[in-house]
Design a protein around this ligand. Structure first.
Ligand SMILES: NC(=O)c1ccc[n+]([C@@H]2O[C@H](COP(=O)([O-])OP(=O)(O)OC[C@H]3O[C@@H](n4cnc5c(N)ncnc54)[C@H](O)[C@@H]3O)[C@@H](O)[C@H]2O)c1
Length: 714
């Protein structure tokens, strides 16, 4: 044994080969935490002092190394730029020392090698990759870019143009793509990986294959002449800036960094990379994207705790084959759970099946699925007009029309047809779960399961606990949502549940702003620039103005003090004119079908006239006012949901908004947004808008938090 640590061991094999194995004790994956980095330094020194003639690097886990330990980032990035640069340069010395070992090195990549894990691979002379592995540098997804020499080594190995694509997209690369670009040297079947890598190392040790030249090339300048350099970098910067968008600076900064270090040897180049890395690490975007990652881990952990008591869901059912029912059936089937789909109309069933077939055909077109897979998935959806085969389903999701009477009747009827221990869930977007439960004999086996439209694309599922819902019911529905590939968040019952309760005050702020003179197209532009995928008028059109007006009435009923509108809103006139939005081609915008068959929005004079008809005054509203007048009601309602126990943690509230309605991810969610402004500054800001009414009134507890200097994320 040459070295023995908690995450790394080095053993002497035959023929002078030392094998360095990553196997972090007590963890399911390997990652580069501070301790492992330190061990890599020690292991490298031990190898240098041994009589080893070559090094084989491998992993004893299913993955190779999944990356740096992100849980250490926030604290680390609290340091100033110089502090961060100091740390990252110290880490780089470890990778460079490994790269400089006076013997050849080969890495056997058996599974995921991402971020720091892949940078480890790049430090070796040769890379052999299993057909099962994936490699990549996904750092930009956290608002930073590779800092363990990744921008330097990858650009030298695969060329600046390829490296820019790898780093700026942050994508995970399959073996064929990695081989084509030259990021790995050999791809083999998993079984042959170790032997292939070992055989290659032996040829390097014997001198049959050279490694010195390629090592020197990797440590030198980028091979580019000036014109090429101009072309590659200048074109890339424009293109990548366009793709990443104004709020995500890291991809462009990565390109600039590669450009800056192109003319330098390794050590100077790494110093340049470190500077750019530290600059990105200090951005609020990085802080929030890392926070988002950590919140995602937190909500996964919470879901894991919930499902401890879950029962198996091997067959499901859905009632109603409309937009949502069809989507739910598709999603369940495509993730492997067979589902019965019941409707009262043959035409409804056909629509649901057609929708599923359309989604599957697209996947076949994109080569993500073969025709056999498509047939298998479709076979998992059993359309029916009767309850005949519902006797053995484990969970049934009700997705019929949004009407209390109809839903109660359907739920009660279904309960009579199901197995005794089967669970019922409703996909209602507004009706109280506790209220619907009054129609049932076993309210404890009932809860809400609120999907978002379109089901296949939106990651969130709200699992709503009614007054009588049992823990086992919640557990099973959470487990089913996860099985469907969704992110479940458990919330308590109230009008609008979590997400719609928070969204409607935002629409309420919007309605008041239109009343006071704002132009909705301007508001949309400002909010899209702020980071929303679509502005409020466009969003209302997509949700459906009829749906919006109905939900607004439910919310006003539930929270009259804040949400009742004492004026006729632009949405009300649109509704009266039967302008329901995208679904019937006119709303705030007019929708034309583009060449790809997708609805494209265009300005519509009539819509502006209608909005003007309910305008009370003609104020000039600044961009800042537009943002504040929309964001304050949304943020305050999120605070209330947390205070009222609708949601248990800040992480769940914020992730609900990001996954449910596309809250700008780089802003981290509504509570993170308040934290970033500062709770005291936020409360002051609310007070400046107090004449707009209760939607802008901070809670007493928030005022206390402001006074005591508290934050949501500590
Ligand atoms: N559309 C959305 O954006 C959205 C989002 C989240 C939740 N929801 C909720 O999902 C539910 C369904 O909405 P949708 O948009 O899919 O509606 P939809 O009108 O497209 O579909 C409803 C379907 O239910 C069928 N149906 C009616 N009575 C039935 C019965 N007794 N048994 C079986 N089927 C019956 C209808 O024939 C129709 O096919 C509603 O509660 C809605 O609030 C909708």
């Amino acid at each position: 044994m040459i070295y023995q640590g908690k995450g790394i061991t080095v053993e002497a094999l035959q023929n002078g080969v030392a094998e360095l194995v990553f196997d972090l004790q007590g963890e399911s994956v390997n990652k580069f935490d501070q301790a492992t980095l330190k061990e890599l330094a020690e292991a490298t020194a031990a190898i240098a002092a041994s009589d080893a003639k070559g090094v084989l690097v491998s992993s004893a886990k299913d993955s190779f190394i999944v990356g740096a330990d992100i849980t250490e980032f926030l604290q680390w990035f609290d340091k100033d730029e110089d502090g961060i640069i100091g740390d990252i340069l110290a880490a780089n010395e470890i990778f460079s020392a490994f790269e400089d070992l006076a013997m050849p090195t080969v890495v056997a990549i058996n599974g995921l090698a991402l971020g720091g894990g892949f940078e480890m691979c790049l430090s070796a002379d040769y890379r052999v990759m299993s057909t099962k592995a994936k490699v990549g540098l996904p750092e930009v997804k956290l608002g930073i870019f590779p800092g363990f020499g990744g921008t330097v080594r990858l650009s030298r190995i695969i060329g600046a143009d390829n490296a820019i694509e790898w780093i700026a997209s942050g994508s995970e690369k399959r073996p064929d793509a990695a081989l084509t670009d030259g990021a790995v040297d050999v791809v083999t079947e998993p079984d042959a990986l170790h032997d292939t890598a070992l055989a290659l190392l032996e040829r390097l040790i014997s001198g049959e294959v050279d490694y010195q030249n390629r090592r020197q090339a990797k440590q030198g300048k980028l091979q580019l002449n000036n014109i090429e350099s101009m072309m590659v970098f200048e074109t890339a910067k424009g293109f990548i800036a366009g793709k990443a968008g104004r709020h995500y600076p890291a991809p462009v900064e990565a390109v600039k960094t590669i450009q800056k270090h192109a003319n330098f040897d390794r050590d100077k180049a790494i110093a340049i990379e470190a500077k750019g890395f530290a600059k990105m690490a200090k951005t609020p975007v990085a802080k929030n994207l890392i926070g988002l990652f950590l919140n995602d881990q937190k909500i996964k952990k919470i879901a894991k705790d919930h499902i401890k008591q879950s029962k198996d869901v091997s067959k499901a059912g859905v009632l109603g084959a409309g937009i949502m029912g069809g989507g739910i059936a598709y999603q369940s089937a495509s993730k492997g759970t067979p589902i019965m789909m019941k409707d009262i109309a043959e035409s409804g069933l056909q629509l649901g099946l057609d929708e599923a077939a359309k989604l599957l055909s697209k996947q076949v077109e994109r080569k993500k699925l073969d025709v056999r897979g498509m047939a298998q998935t479709l076979n998992r959806i059993r359309p029916t007009l009767s309850y005949g085969d519902f006797g053995d389903v484990d969970v049934v999701v009700e997705a019929v029309v949004e009407n209390v009477k109809v839903k109660k009747a359907v739920l009660a009827e279904a309960e009579g047809q199901l197995r005794d221990d089967a669970i019922l869930a409703s996909n209602t977007s507004t009706i109280s779960i506790t209220e619907l439960a009054t129609a049932l004999k076993k309210p404890e086996q009932f809860c809400g399961m609120h999907f978002f439209n379109p089901v296949h694309r939106m990651p969130l599922v709200e699992v709503i606990r009614g007054e009588k819902t049992s823990d086992e019911t919640i557990a099973t529905v959470v487990a089913y949502a996860q099985k469907m590939g969704k992110t479940p968040i458990v919330v308590n019952d109230c009008p609008g549940f979590l997400v719609n309760r928070i969204l409607f005050p935002y629409f309420g702020g919007f309605a008041m702003m239109l009343r006071d003179g704002a132009n909705f197209e301007d508001v949309d532009k400002v909010m899209e620039k702020f980071g929303w995928p679509m502005g409020p008028a466009y969003l209302m059109d997509v949700v459906g103005i009829d749906t919006g007006v109905h939900a607004q009435a439910v919310m006003a009923d539930g929270f009259p003090e804040r949400m009742k509108q004492d004026f006729k809103s632009a949405m009300d006139v649109m509704y009266a004119e039967e302008r329901f939005g995208q679904k019937n081609g006119v709303g705030f915008y007019r929708y034309e079908i583009d060449k790809k068959g997708k609805p494209k929005k265009v300005s519509d004079e009539k819509a502006h006239e209608l909005v003007a008809s309910v305008r009370a005054s003609e104020n000039d509203i600044s961009e800042d006012d537009m943002i504040n007048r929309l964001m304050i009601p949304m943020c305050l309602e999120t605070v209330r949901c947390l205070e009222d126990g609708i949601v248990n943690t800040a992480a769940e509230a914020d992730m609900g908004l990001v996954y449910g309605i596309g809250f700008p991810p780089f802003r981290g969610g509504a509570l993170q947004y308040i934290d970033d402004i500062g709770v005291a500054a936020f409360v002051e800001m609310c007070d400046r808008y107090s004449d707009l009414g209760k939607l802008y009134e901070p809670t007493d507890k928030l005022r206390d938090m402001a006074k005591n200097g508290q934050t949501f994320y500590g």
